[in-house]
Design a protein around this ligand. Structure first.
Ligand SMILES: O=C(CO)COP(=O)(O)O
Length: 248
């Protein structure tokens, strides 16, 4: 099964009008291989302008969405509203949201189901903390998080799973290709055993955590690493471009 390479750029809470303009101009000059899906996720307030000015070969994602279509939910954004702006993707369950905004596995699953129902594809994130890895519970943690999503959805066609070990995010401490591959295999096996062999074969599992222009190609050699979710390096167009072209 050939899974299309997938590169996401998570800009997190970074950027200004000027920086967003320069990123979009830079990205418009990057050659996007037809074998690769590329999606960038600006902060909410910039998604509309990014979608308007960015070339269509690059998708745009939000970094969160809520579980209702509309209503009295101050500060929230619905996937229906994202769709209204032609935003086709959303990142859900990022460890920063789980940690700072106390999002549970169950809530991430609910948000995933609602986004998919609204026609927005989902990058669903899982990942263990350092103490969980050291305690030997990595597989348990990531499969529990994946189950939170699996319990709420039936169709995985529009889901990409991102494995992002918390200890590797923004730390410069990247998982080795073998460490990442091991967890990707665990996640894929869990999908095969608990959802279906077809879903396990077809679902892209991407890696995130200190991916940069220097380490992406090595990680991309692993058969179960189907791409990357990139934070810091996605704010530097030349580095992000190298990562986009990291699979030979
Ligand atoms: O959290 C990440 C992407 O969602 C990874 O961030 P960094 O690439 O900055 O480590």
């Amino acid at each position: 099964m050939v899974r299309k390479f997938f590169i996401g750029g998570n800009w997190k809470m970074n950027g200004s009008v000027a920086q967003v303009k320069s990123l979009v101009e830079g990205l418009n000059g990057v050659d996007i291989p037809s074998s690769t899906d590329v999606v960038v996720a600006p902060p909410f307030i910039y998604v509309d302008r990014v979608r308007t000015h960015l070339k269509r070969e690059i998708g745009v994602a939000a970094q969160n969405s809520y579980v209702k279509a509309s209503g009295a939910y101050t500060g929230e954004i619905s996937p229906e509203q994202l769709k209204d702006l032609d935003i086709d993707w959303v990142i859900l369950g990022h460890s920063e949201r789980r940690e700072y905004f106390t999002e549970s596995d169950d809530f991430v699953g609910e948000k995933t189901a609602h986004a998919l129902a609204a026609g927005v594809s989902v990058i669903a994130c899982v990942g263990e903390k350092l103490e969980e890895r050291e305690a030997g519970t990595t597989a348990q943690v990531v499969t529990r998080q994946l189950k939170g999503v699996a319990d709420k959805i039936k169709d995985w066609t529009n889901v990409v799973v991102a494995y992002e070990p918390v200890w590797a995010i923004g730390t410069g401490k990247v998982a080795t290709p073998d460490q990442a591959e091991e967890v990707h295999v665990t996640l894929r096996k869990w999908l095969a055993d608990n959802v279906s062999k077809e879903v396990a074969d077809a679902t892209r599992i991407i890696y995130g955590g200190s991916v940069n222009a220097g380490n992406a190609a090595d990680l991309a050699t692993k058969p179960n690493i189907d791409g990357f979710l990139v934070g810091g390096a996605s704010l530097k167009v030349p580095d992000f471009s190298t990562i986009i072209h990291s699979r030979l």
